[in-house]
Design a protein around this ligand. Structure first.
Ligand code: MLT
Length: 294
């Protein structure tokens, strides 16, 4: 509260511009609302490494997990509007959660958009013990089971949960959801054979699929992922039209001076235009946004 009042006082006395002139003067924190090691965390850490060069200040990534990401977003919403606490999120945390949870904050009124980040196609993956080599065989196996298969998610409203519901809707196959605080730990359990499947973000599962520690059946997009061109699309694999890509973004608490929003946007755009960063993100199967959208 004291920091908040100080920030407000400084804004009043010095004016937003003065604050922006000195921004940043100490490390910035990006709050990732899911576990370390998962897709959101990985994308954020790659961007933060490059954004700190533009901003000339360290960027810390803090994982504040739980309730489908809504707890971490709440932390950022309630932070001082001074640019030092940034909210990372996606379709799940910054849209769907508004319909699922009593958030205690308003996803539109309480947040200032900063940057649109790459999108993640989803991929249908299973543990290796599943006796299926194609999506058709997986669907047959799922339909033949006496009890629903277990599907890992990052909690209600998360991208993997929304994708699971969509999968159920399209296939008519019931799933038994196993919630984690992120798909990072869910993937660990899939590799260990503790759960049967995940409709996961490609960037999270791609390396395990490449390593052969899990099976990848299809990518939920109309076109194959360049970095995983051996994996068919859902159209090719027998689930035509089952398409979903998860867009991500950065936000600040509402009321943050526009100059500061612009500085953080510029740092994110620099990072997304950096060829080395683009290569890292595209290698994970992430789809870069058109430059005019950044
Ligand atoms: C994560 O980083 O764990 C994901 O973004 C979770 C999800 O939404 O599925």
């Amino acid at each position: 509260m004291r920091k908040f009042l100080l920030a407000v006082a400084a804004t009043l006395v010095l004016g937003g511009n003065a604050l922006a002139d000195h921004f940043p003067s100490h490390p910035i924190t990006i709050v990732v609302p899911f576990s370390a090691g998962g897709p959101s965390d990985a994308m954020c850490r790659i961007l933060a490494e490059r954004m700190k060069i533009t901003l000339g200040e360290a960027i810390l990534v803090e994982n504040v997990t739980g309730a489908g990401g809504s707890i971490g977003v709440g932390r950022a919403v309630r932070s001082p509007p001074d640019g030092y606490t940034v909210s990372f999120g996606h379709l799940g945390t910054h849209v769907a959660n508004g319909a699922i949870y009593k958030l205690g904050y308003d996803l539109v009124a309480d947040l200032e958009p900063v940057a649109l980040l790459p999108s993640n196609p989803m991929i249908i993956v299973s543990k290796n013990a599943v006796p299926a080599k194609s999506l058709k065989e997986l669907l047959d196996w799922l339909k033949a089971r006496p009890a629903p298969a277990t599907a890992g998610t990052a909690g209600a409203g998360s991208g993997s949960h929304i994708a699971g519901l969509y999968f159920e809707n399209v296939t008519g196959i019931k799933l038994q959801y196993v919630p984690y605080r992120g798909t990072g730990p869910a993937l660990n359990d899939l590799v260990a054979g503790q759960i049967d499947m995940i409709v996961d973000q490609l960037s999270n599962s791609i390396n395990q699929v490449r390593a052969g520690t899990i099976r990848g059946y299809a990518v939920t997009d109309a076109k194959r992922a360049e970095s995983a061109s051996d994996i068919p699309t859902t159209d090719e694999a027998g689930l035509p039209g089952f398409h979903m890509t998860l867009w991500s973004g950065l936000w600040l608490p509402k009321g943050t001076p526009q100059d500061i929003v612009a500085k953080l946007n510029a740092a994110a755009v620099d990072a997304l235009n950096d060829p080395a960063v683009r290569k890292q993100l595209e290698n994970l199967g992430l789809q870069m946004q058109p430059k005019d959208k950044l």
